[in-house]
Design a protein around this ligand. Structure first.
Ligand SMILES: *Cc1c(COP(=O)(O)O)cnc(C)c1O
Length: 379
């Protein structure tokens, strides 16, 4: 091993992405490389595509695409492929990641409308309906699981409503896919974006999208979709279980092995149940801390991460100290979404930190982590 390895610290990640890699996933990193146009590709990505569909509860309609890049790559492809020059896209923003998608639309010169909810709130369908009626957007983008605030939206109800009003619904599910049921076949969602490095418990490297036939029909009518952001080019390769451009074959190996594990060893519903228990543990932990409480509104609390409001006076400087103390104990703590905390602090409001509990994190691991964190927060 080259000497630089000695300087890499092996921390257990409890941030909200990238997430901790199990020893099994790490070991898979040493499986053989292969040619991505060779028959060896099918051995990995054939089963992987099938398992992705199973994990999404997708029917025959939605085709999974693997984009080289990350979740953002898939999200930007949706904007470039599905919003025509003379159309409006409505971004429903419940936090920083809703804003990220909105920024992508603006940066691509699209006409943007915004419906915004306060941090910690979920999408209110009545307000969404009012906005749909007044703005008449052609496309609407919603966040399934807002990673900055720990809010999970009822994305299916939002997609149904958007569709009823004649618009094309797009969903960002980057931080929840693999940790909660999607029921994609019945969702009405035209484009569902996710990534490998969050609840799937893999390294970053693929943006994943599930694309419905109406999205493909729509894309055919949109000009200048780019090259790697063109979902029509992408889907042609995806139907052959290939990527459009050269993938990390290491990540392909890891994806294949991890999905096989999720579907055939852990079991899909057992995985979702485990995430619910992890959420309950995090909530129980917060309930036992005096002065701290949950950021997300009751009924909209994520199974993959928990955002916690610190007491008044517990500022971002103190959260940074907590982070360094936790590092000393072998953990990477998440001191909250930077921009959100800056805004909250500037407004004299309470800042928040996050507990990532997604991917392959076990209940035992989370229990030990929360024990440490409880000690450090009150010290
Ligand atoms: C992490 C995240 C993104 C960005 O994904 P990348 O894979 O980092 O590009 C987008 N949306 C949500 C909700 C996320 O959690």
């Amino acid at each position: 091993m080259p000497p630089i390895d000695d300087e890499f610290t092996d921390l257990t990640l409890f941030i909200t992405g990238p997430t901790w890699l199990s020893p099994r996933v790490r070991a898979t990193g040493s499986l053989p490389e292969f040619g991505h146009r060779d028959s060896e590709n099918e051995k990995r990505l054939g089963p992987a595509m099938r398992h992705l569909r199973a994990l999404a509860q997708a029917g025959d309609d939605h085709v999974p695409i693997l984009f080289n890049g990350s979740g953002s790559t898939a999200m930007e492809a949706a904007i470039r492929s599905l919003v025509a020059a003379d159309e409006t896209i409505l971004h429903v923003v419940v936090g920083a990641f809703g804003d990220l998608w909105r920024t992508m639309s603006e940066s691509n010169g699209k006409r943007v409308a915004t419906l915004r909810f306060a941090p910690g709130e979920a999408i209110d369908l009545n307000r969404l309906d009012d906005t749909l009626k007044t703005q008449r957007p052609a496309v609407v983008a919603v966040t399934h699981n807002e990673t900055s605030t720990g809010v999970i939206n009822d994305y299916k109800a939002a997609c149904r409503l958007i569709r009823e009003r004649g618009a094309l619904p797009l969903t960002d599910g980057v931080s929840v896919f693999g940790g909660a049921p999607l029921d994609l076949a019945d969702s009405g969602c035209a484009f569902y974006a996710t990534a490998t490095q969050k609840a799937l418990g893999l390294p970053a490297g693929f943006g994943i999208a599930f694309v419905a036939p109406e999205a493909l029909e729509k894309a055919a009518r949109v000009q200048h979709r780019g090259f790697s952001s063109d979902i029509l080019r992408q889907v042609e390769r995806a139907r052959k279980h290939q990527t459009l451009t050269t993938p990390s074959t290491t990540l392909c190996n890891q994806l294949a092995v991890q999905l096989e594990h999720i579907v055939t060893v852990e079991g899909i519903s057992a995985r979702f149940d485990r995430h619910e228990r992890l959420r309950d543990m995090a909530h129980g932990f917060v309930a036992g801390l005096s002065g701290f409480d949950l950021m997300a509104a009751e009924g909209s609390r994520s199974p993959t991460l928990t955002a916690v409001r610190a007491p008044k006076g517990f500022d971002t400087a103190r959260l940074k100290k907590v982070k360094e103390t936790m590092r000393g104990r072998g953990y990477l703590f998440d001191p909250g979404y930077g921009k959100l905390n800056q805004e909250l602090e500037a407004a004299g409001e309470r800042v928040c930190f996050r507990i990532g509990h997604m991917g392959d994190v076990s209940e035992e691991m989370l229990a030990v982590y929360l024990n440490h964190l409880g000690e450090v927060l009150v010290s």
